[in-house]
Design a protein around this ligand. Structure first.
Ligand code: FAD
Ligand code: SF4
Length: 505
């Protein structure tokens, strides 16, 4: 019997379960496949293609140095190189770690190959799918906060016996400050592309399939050593102030105090427990404040694990949900960044250059706008998937459909993250450079976040009324005059007729 291991592009670490399941390393046949068919289903950001392919090529090199017998195939599809390799290496059992994305698992199971295919349980997350299921089943509510506390106890993170260190589970009241004038943000850790990355950049620039953004300024790390440098840099220079300005947005400051580790975590170049423990150690050894340390750990031990668990728990139909029945197509400016709305323009431009935006830019500007403007959740999810460097089904569907757009009707969030220009004006400096006025709801200078916000509340009043946390806001809607509501309707209609050409069924 000859076992061969197929490693997918987001399974790039030596302890991944399919490799671990084999007793020998020396001369074990391993294949990695750079496939073009995979990137024809939707456009991808050029920097994501460079990141994934360069990281795969670097990982192939690392495997060879460890003694594995590596085949690196560049092909149109997966099946042709797999068949050739199976035949040449006389493989009788193909082992693959179960992919994180459900559709890809189905694709692998249905491949017609001349050998047995074994899907080995995925070990990319702290919680296995079964463990999450056991936590979730039978619960009335699937609150992240409940899940997170169980996780703190389960992995003994920031715990003093059975109690949370510092006496609280959450220190958010000390966090989420608006940006001060002249904030001094720490530099981010970026890298000069090496020979392998430069070769991939050339390939990506000359692809004949449609792509998004550009890779001229590609500065991401592409191997485990670099990913660890980014983690250590974050712990040394950014973590201390992570909490305070976690939600702040400043023109030209692309990364603030954020860690920039999602691309590496999602590829397997970093592991969640080492990230969490590095932050926890910084609390003990450098006395870093709990508001930042706990706030960061909650993102990785809480949100990341929870989103992954929910994605598998709720199954394939989750991505089709559309609670508000929103059907507007995406305005062109989502693709070409050409809009006078300064907040959107700044963030679109930043994404085209880097593939990155931080959480609040994604949640409170991009998906907030998509939600209140009534854009189709599936079109929005497709866009997010296309333009972000760290996008994968498991993390996009839950974040975009669930958290960002409330299209699941509240499985994941206790109220929609809908906000007017007030929020953006408070948490950023974007409005200072904008042609629109964040204080106006109607008129030539009225900010679209305002008229869409009130229009959203009005048209979904019945559904929103059932969400307890919305009642205060709906009372403000009740105070609005009929004249103002009519003017808002008119403003919304005009906007649609100028910006959107179609609806999506
Ligand atoms: P930091 O702010 O430094 O946070 C640390 C880490 O926590 C992140 O690297 C990430 O691994 C984890 N994390 C925090 N929040 C979440 C979350 N809600 N879900 C999963 N992990 C989380 N994250 C992705 O990895 N890929 C995506 O495609 C993605 N799309 C998103 C779309 C929307 C609409 C929203 C609201 C959030 C999305 N997120 C996504 C979650 C989060 O915004 C990013 O993980 C984060 O911005 C990445 O930057 P960072 O590494 O600097 O994160
Ligand atoms: Fe964005 Fe409105 Fe502020 Fe302009 S005024 S930056 S559109 S929130």
């Amino acid at each position: 019997m000859t076992i061969g291991v197929w490693i997918l592009g987001d399974q790039l670490w030596l302890e991944e379960s399919a490799l671990q399941s084999c007793s020998k390393i020396n001369s074990l046949p391993v294949i990695l496949i750079e496939s073009l068919s995979h990137i024809q289903e939707r456009p991808y950001h050029q920097q994501k293609l460079v990141l994934v392919w360069s990281a795969m090529r670097h990982f192939a090199q690392e495997l060879r140095e460890k003694g594995y017998h590596v085949t690196y195939a560049i092909a149109d599809d997966f099946i042709t190189p797999l068949r050739t390799w199976i035949e040449e290496e006389k493989i009788t059992e193909l082992r693959v770690m179960t992919p994180n994305d459900q559709t890809f698992s189905q694709k692998i199971s249905s491949l017609e190959l001349p050998c047995k295919i074994s899907l080995i349980p995925n070990n990319h997350f702290l919680w296995s799918r079964e463990e999450f299921q056991n936590w979730a089943k039978g619960r009335k509510r699937l609150l992240m906060e409940d899940f997170y506390r169980v996780g703190r106890r389960k992995f003994h993170i920031l715990m003093a016996g059975d109690k949370p260190v510092g006496g609280e589970w959450n220190f958010d009241k000390e966090n989420r400050k608006p940006p001060k004038k002249n904030l001094q943000t720490p530099p981010a850790m970026w890298f000069t592309p090496d020979k392998i990355t430069l070769e991939v950049m050339e390939k990506v620039k000359h692809l004949s399939v449609p792509t998004y953004g550009n890779c001229d300024n590609f500065l991401w790390g592409v191997n485990r050593t670099q990913a660890l440098e980014v983690l250590n840099w974050f712990i040394d220079y950014r973590l201390a102030d992570f909490g305070a300005y976690q939600d702040a947005m400043v023109t030209g400051e692309k990364t603030m105090w954020h860690s920039l580790i999602s691309p590496y975590l999602n590829l397997g170049l970093l592991q969640p427990l080492e990230v969490i423990q590095a932050a926890e150690n910084a609390h003990y050894s450098r006395k870093l404040h709990l508001n930042s340390v706990e706030g960061f750990i909650r993102q990785v031990l809480g949100w990341r694990e929870y989103m992954h668990g929910i994605y598998h728990y709720l199954g394939a139909d989750y991505g089709k949900k559309n609670y508000f029945q929103h059907t507007q197509a995406l305005p062109n400016f989502f693709w070409n960044s050409q809009t006078q709305m300064n907040c959107l323009h700044q963030i679109f431009t930043q994404i085209a250059d880097t593939g990155y935006a931080h959480h609040i830019q994604r949640l409170m500007v991009l998906s907030n706008f998509a939600l209140i403007a009534g854009l189709s959740p599936q079109a929005v999810e497709n866009w997010f998937h296309a333009v972000f460097i760290d996008g994968y089904d498991w993390v996009m569907q839950t974040n975009v459909i669930g958290m960002g757009l409330f299209a699941d009707g509240g499985i994941l969030a206790s109220k929609p993250y809908a906000a007017s220009a007030n929020y953006i004006n408070k948490m950023s400096d974007y409005c200072q450079g904008c042609v629109y006025n964040p204080k106006e709801r109607v008129g030539e200078k009225a900010c679209p976040f305002n008229f869409f916000y009130w229009h959203f509340l009005e048209r979904h009043r019945d559904k929103l009324q059932t969400q307890g946390r919305m009642s205060f806001i709906l009372k403000n809607l009740d105070k609005m005059s009929q004249e103002e509501l009519s003017a808002i309707h008119q403003q919304v209609d005009n906007w649609y007729s100028q910006e959107i050409q179609e609806k999506i069924d």
